[in-house]
Ligand binder design. Structure first.
Ligand code: MLT
Length: 328
């Protein structure tokens, strides 16, 4: 039998060693704690979903998933941070609709959500609620609309920065009513809700994940939910559409991303841990308590997230450009 030339023997040996190293790496992954970056303040809606998810996924991964809050610029700072992070399988991002809306709000965005990331899958959908501070004169949505039309310039609306869903919802409310309100940005709706509870701001649109408890004890005034159908967690609350803002709809969705170039084996293991977590009964019960709905299996995939993200960019881009709201 002829012996292969030396250069071929070396090439085969090199390839075999590389394949062995890759397989050993995938077997050992994850071998240390993983970081899940959250773009908004601790204690707020995105943070609550992230921390519950991180604790549940850790059970499958056999490693801690550490939540790190990177605040600023309506969530774009965190996305930019993860885009530049080492693609080694140890940094992931959880983000919501802002991943899509920021492409229209920021004309000079530091990243392209469709090309600069890897996709893991979607997590939960969350309805929003339009709230006023306790004691605000209007008690229903029609009363609020009349009141805002008469007193809008003297009122204010809190949100979590350009790129936040609270900002998107507030912008749609102003458009629907035809009044521009002074706005107050925070680095998440956790501090924004505190300001509403403290009476420093008048209005806030925020997710049930943190508003349900306050609505139930009456520490805020509820004007309606932002979904087209009423929601099981607040069955007697009218939708904003029912209250007169026809067709008003904002639903918050969450996706998990990784830096471009993250090894396939890491993406697959993280996706598997995500899908296991979304079937975990304790996770499901907690999400129901918060008014969040686990997405169907078809959306718990990289392709499901990527396709959805593109559809959301296509949906919100024209709306934001028509509103003429820009961060830069
Ligand atoms: C948060 O987690 O603080 C909110 O999701 C911010 C937002 O309104 O988008």
């Amino acid at each position: 039998m002829n012996t292969p030339p030396t250069f071929l023997r070396r090439t085969f040996t090199g390839l075999a060693l590389a394949a062995f190293a890759a397989s050993a790496w995938s077997q050992a992954y994850p071998s240390k704690a993983i970081t899940l970056v959250v773009p908004f303040a601790a204690g707020g809606p995105t943070d609550v979903v992230a921390r519950t998810l991180a604790a549940t996924m850790a059970k499958t991964l056999g490693q801690t998933v550490v939540v790190e809050n990177k605040l600023g610029a309506g969530g774009t700072l965190a996305a930019g941070y993860v885009m530049k992070a080492a693609p080694d399988g140890y940094t992931f991002l959880i983000h919501h609709n802002g991943m899509a809306t920021s492409t229209a709000l920021y004309r000079k965005l530091a990243y392209n959500p469709m090309t600069d990331f890897e996709y893991v899958g979607q997590v939960v959908d969350v309805p929003m609620t339009l709230l006023g501070k306790k004691g605000l004169a209007p008690k229903t949505l029609p009363e609020l609309v009349t009141y805002v039309k008469a007193n809008g310039r003297g009122m204010n609306l809190a949100h979590a920065g350009l790129g936040a869903v609270s900002q998107l919802c507030g912008m749609l409310f102003q458009q629907a009513v035809g009044v521009e309100l002074p706005t107050v940005p925070y680095q998440g709706t956790a501090p924004a809700l505190n300001a509403l509870l403290g009476g420093q701001v008048d209005l806030l649109c925020d997710q049930t994940t943190q508003t349900l408890q306050h609505i139930k004890v009456g520490s805020v005034q509820l004007y309606g939910v932002t979904t087209l159908e009423r929601i099981p967690s607040l069955p007697s609350a009218p939708t904003l559409s029912e209250g007169g803002l026809k067709g008003f709809e904002v639903k918050v969705w969450h996706g998990v991303y990784a830096p471009k170039g993250t090894p396939r084996a890491a993406l697959e293991k993280f996706n598997e841990a995500l899908r296991v977590a979304l079937k975990d009964p304790t996770f499901a019960t907690r999400m129901t308590e918060l008014g969040a709905v686990i997405v169907p299996e078809s959306k718990q995939t990289p392709e499901g997230l990527k396709t959805w993200l593109q559809s959301e960019i296509d949906k919100w881009g024209p709306v934001i450009r028509a509103a003429g709201v820009y961060a830069d």
